[in-house]
Design a protein around this ligand. Structure first.
Ligand code: NAP
Length: 280
């Protein structure tokens, strides 16, 4: 079990995401740079969760894993019982949880590891494209999975050993999308993805109301990364204006800056990659 007084814990859910991997890499690099100035006992624990059996930091990343960084990986199928079991296991080893990033999201089944038995999933262009099974998949991955994690992690963040209080804050960023903004919807289309991200935003906002009472030092962010060069955006990159297709490294560094500077204020924030608020 980690010594909770000296270990900072960062949890990354959906860790195979390219944005997640860039975020982890930068977290490691930041820690390696700060390390000479930190007391010897201060260590960083990175907990990754993914459908992938393993996320090997040194293989994936050009980051120096010093003795003061330790990594634990949990394989999860994102069913409620598995998520709850993961959180029970995480609670047994975690130190002070200061950041949680949830990257789960699907838009299409090309290049994404949805079972090949499933019919292809592509964003709807017109209302006749609506398909019940595709909607179920989108809502499960984009809205329900992050909410199941929030629900399970609430008990961990409320436990005395991990309780976020005093000066310590915990920032939870959940990858949403601007198309989930109901007030911003002028283009239409992409019914299921939009609606599942709008539902995610509502779930985050509702959680923030409860956290304002129960977990005042936890800040929730619904984060829009901008169009980022990952498998998720691949089929839709052709019309992205020059300079508007971001690298995962750029987006992760913007997210780092936002999470560093933001303070808990009893509300959820819906922010883009520049840290600018988006209307819900
Ligand atoms: N790329 C963009 O242009 C863009 C724009 C706006 C918003 N976003 C959002 O950013 C987030 C990260 O996406 P990305 O661009 O980094 O894409 P990515 O590299 O394709 O990553 C996909 C992510 O979704 C998870 N995932 C895939 N299939 C899933 C399923 N069936 N059930 C649950 N989780 C599943 C993966 O988790 P595992 O580790 O478990 O495989 C991984 O975290 C998503 O929420 C996406 O909606 C991306």
């Amino acid at each position: 079990m980690s010594d909770s007084t000296t270990t900072e814990t960062i949890i990354v859910i959906g860790a195979s995401s390219l944005i997640a991997q860039a975020f982890i890499e930068q977290t490691c690099n930041q820690h390696a740079k700060q390390q000479p100035n930190l007391p010897a006992a201060e260590s960083l624990q990175i907990i990754t969760i993914s459908r992938q059996a393993s996320i090997k930091l040194p293989e994936l990343m050009d980051c120096e894993l010093t003795d003061s960084i330790n990594h634990q990986h949990f394989n999860c199928d994102y069913q409620q019982a598995s998520i709850e079991q993961c959180v029970t296991d995480i609670a047994a080893i975690a130190g002070n949880v200061t950041r949680i990033v949830m990257c789960n999201g699907i838009l299409h089944s090309k290049n994404q590891q949805i079972s090949t038995k499933e019919p292809g999933l592509m964003p709807e262009k017109r209302i006749e494209d609506i398909d019940a099974h595709s909607l179920e998949q989108l809502f499960y991955a984009n809205s329900i999975v992050p909410m199941l994690w929030l629900s399970a992690l609430t008990s961990l963040l409320s436990q005395a050993r991990h309780k976020v209080s005093g000066e310590q804050k915990c920032v939870i960023s959940i990858l949403s999308a601007r198309v989930g903004s109901i007030s911003d919807n002028r283009l239409g289309g992409w019914y299921g993805y939009r609606a599942s991200k709008a539902a995610l935003n509502m779930l985050i906002k509702t959680t923030a109301v409860e956290y304002a009472r129960r977990l005042k030092r936890v800040k929730l962010i619904a984060f829009h990364p901008g169009t980022t060069d990952t498998p998720l955006s691949k089929p839709f990159q052709a019309n992205v204006p020059p300079g508007k297709l971001f690298t995962p490294t750029f987006v992760a560094s913007q997210l780092h800056q936002i999470m560093d500077s933001i303070e808990p204020d009893g509300e959820a924030s819906y922010l883009d990659w520049q840290g600018e608020p988006i209307n819900w």
